[in-house]
Write a protein that binds this ligand. Structure first.
Ligand code: SF4
Length: 246
């Protein structure tokens, strides 16, 4: 269903021109002031890369709902890190679970779907879950950056998905160096697996350590879906869902 949005294409272009040099905090504050707690939510995977945006949310708009998709495949360390950050910053975390249980997933598709068809596994567990969780919101804050993947290079700070949902990327113009500097200045915690070689952490079956724990922009996500039978760099959450499904 297409949402009734006040931002037409010209207003969206003007907004992106204004945000080209804006700080992530200013972009976040704009989204919060524009939409408020009923209409805007952030999402987070609670890995080291996620912490600066979570810190900004805690400083700027701590009541903002933060959606966390519990696929059932996370490392226990990720769940513990999520709980630690929640306790530290009193974040408004909302746990989103897939419509079908892990047991049902195995019954329907067998074990190892994440290796045989990771796109389908991510669609069932992540994309569809997020679609359903966002149906009552008009805007979605996500912490993606241009330097992370080829697909993300072409994004804008504010985009309108085919469904009409506005997606806001406060950190889009930041680099790995900005993230590291922000973490240092604010003495932010890192995911428990970070120093074991996991600069980027997703579901346990689809994440392996990489050689450099800190990673640079090119290799930080090299440990994601490395064992899958097909090349994959995105879970699909940050693609335009309707276009992908067409
Ligand atoms: S990251 Fe792996 S286990 Fe998690 S939903 Fe995607 S394919 Fe499945």
């Amino acid at each position: 269903m297409t949402r009734d949005l006040a931002l037409d294409d010209a207003a969206l272009a003007a907004l992106n021109a204004r945000f080209a040099t804006a700080s992530p905090q200013d972009i976040l504050a704009w989204a919060w002031e524009t939409f408020g707690p009923e209409e805007v939510a952030a999402s987070s995977s609670f890995q080291t890369q996620s912490v600066p945006l979570l810190h900004m949310i805690a400083q700027t708009c701590p009541q903002m709902p933060v959606l966390f998709i519990d696929t059932g495949f996370h490392f226990p360390e990720t769940l513990a890190f999520r709980d630690r950050l929640q306790a530290r910053w009193d974040l408004n975390i909302r746990v989103v679970r897939p419509a079908i249980s892990k047991g049902e997933l195995f019954r329907r598709y067998g074990e190892g779907l994440y290796r045989r068809d990771p796109d389908l596994c991510c669609y069932i567990n992540k994309v569809r879950s997020m679609q359903e969780a966002l149906t009552s919101f008009r805007a979605w804050i996500a912490g993606v950056r241009r330097d992370q993947t080829k697909n993300r290079q072409g994004l804008e700070v504010v985009i309108r998905q085919t469904s009409g949902l506005l997606k806001v990327h406060p950190l889009l113009n930041w680099t790995e160096a900005h993230i590291a500097a922000y973490r240092d200045v604010h003495e932010l915690p890192v995911h428990p697996l970070y120093y074991q070689g996991y600069p980027s952490v997703g579901c346990a079956p689809c994440t392996r350590p990489v050689l450099s724990a800190s990673g640079d922009a090119d290799n930080a996500r090299a440990g994601r879906w490395a064992e899958a039978d097909k090349e994959k760099t995105e879970c699909g959450l940050h693609l335009d869902w309707e276009k992908e499904e067409a």
